[in-house]
Design a protein around this ligand. Structure first.
Ligand code: AOF
Ligand code: ZN
Length: 370
């Protein structure tokens, strides 16, 4: 399939509309739609709230009856069909009733009850259907949705803030703040969109973080500390707030039972994850999956990030680069562990993108696209 510049432009626009979806779309996909005739946009829409109108419906709702006859619909996800448990009317019927002539779709819906069936139905009704325009970008936008359907494990975003020379703290341990206020607000928005926030006990000891979402709207993610030996102090802010905001301490097999018991009495949940002395990333992700948690945010430190990377359990990296030079052999980087001895084995990110974030630059790259 060769796409025209016009096709590309309208699908790019539909993707930008889809990206307007925020935490309220969870756990549904982010979807955008454009209705166009020739060069002219007739209507636009995106999915804003889970259980609310789908993108296609939002766009078509904006038009008077009959206005879309013979026009083209650009949509970032295959329109849905009827299936059990659906909360909104099937978009495929809506598309047919609108008498559109052509539908351009970025990606088929991996949902087992959709999976290409809507496209067949539209073709059978005589519409021209073209699939695959900007497909990779559309898939990347819905990593958590697609991974959940395909793998049944939470999607993992690893996030860190570092100086321009790749340090996440000074040699003395000073790290507040490397990224600017706008970037830190973006992290709170991200916390409001994910289902769990994960840190290592080293970070919990060094920063005494709360790991809650603050100052922006959103959900309340489960707070998880990877803590092999259950060392998290009872007077840490995490434990002191454990009765208000859920806290899971993921330990290894050799955690001191008395310390675990004390954490439980304080209101935390303590679980040994995997058979080894350290909590196993994949075992922990399975624990989260069993609770229907579909997107986990790794917030540091370097040991935890390295453990997840070595387990090939990081899907996406968000790296805030602050305009500072720290230096020093003792100043840590975002990844510790053993590292990869050979460059050929070191994971390569796909689709590395940079955009401004206040005074910082935000780098986003993908290790897996589902
Ligand atoms: C959305 N927004 O724009 C599109 C979706 O529970 P329902 O009725 O909202 O249906 C959710 C399913 O609809 C979802 O899993 C996906 O297969 C399909 N498409 N969903 O939330 C949209 N186009
Ligand atoms: Zn729909």
């Amino acid at each position: 399939m060769t796409w025209s510049d016009r096709d590309r432009r309208f699908m790019r626009r539909a993707l930008d509309l889809a990206a307007r979806g925020d935490y309220r779309t969870r756990p549904n996909p982010k979807v955008g739609a454009v209705v166009a005739r020739g060069d002219k946009v007739l209507a636009e829409g995106h999915h804003a709230v889970s259980g609310g109108p789908h993108a296609e419906a939002a766009a078509l709702d904006a038009l008077p009856p009959g206005a879309a006859r013979g026009a083209t619909l650009y949509v970032t996800l295959e329109p849905c069909g009827p299936f059990a448990g659906k909360r909104t009317p099937p978009c495929v019927e809506r598309v047919l009733a609108s008498e559109l002539a052509r539908v351009v779709v970025a990606q088929t819906d991996p949902h087992p009850e959709v999976g290409g069936r809507s496209l067949e139905r539209l073709r059978a009704a005589g519409l021209r259907v073209d699939v695959g325009l900007l497909e990779d970008a559309a898939r990347r936008l819905n990593g958590p949705y697609r991974k959940w359907i395909k793998v049944r494990r939470p999607y993992v975003t690893a996030k860190w803030a570092m100086s321009l020379d790749g340090r996440i703290a000074t040699a003395e341990g000073d790290s507040q703040w490397i990224s600017c206020g706008a970037s830190r607000r973006a992290v709170h928005r991200l916390r409001g969109e994910v289902d769990a926030v994960l840190v290592g006990v080293g970070t919990a000891l060094a920063d005494d973080p709360l790991l809650t979402r603050r100052g922006v709207e959103g959900g309340t993610p489960l707070r998880v500390v990877l803590d092999s030996r259950a060392r998290l102090p009872l007077d840490s802010r995490l434990v002191r707030t454990a009765r208000e905001v859920p806290l899971l301490v993921a330990t290894g097999s050799e955690a001191d039972p008395e310390r675990s018991a004390a954490l439980r009495v304080a209101g935390a949940e303590v679980l040994s994850c995997g058979a080894g002395p350290r909590p196993d990333p994949l075992a922990l992700l399975d624990v989260l999956a069993a609770r229907d948690l579909r997107h986990a945010l790794l917030e540091g430190g370097g040991e935890v990030a390295a453990a997840f990377l070595e387990a090939d359990a990081i899907d996406r990296v968000l790296c805030f680069v602050g305009p500072r030079l720290i230096g020093g052999d003792g100043a840590p980087g975002p990844l510790r562990g053993r590292g990869f001895p050979r460059l050929d084995d070191a994971p390569r990110l796909r689709h590395l993108e940079a955009r401004p974030s206040g005074d910082d630059v935000l780098l986003e790259g993908h290790l897996h696209v589902y």
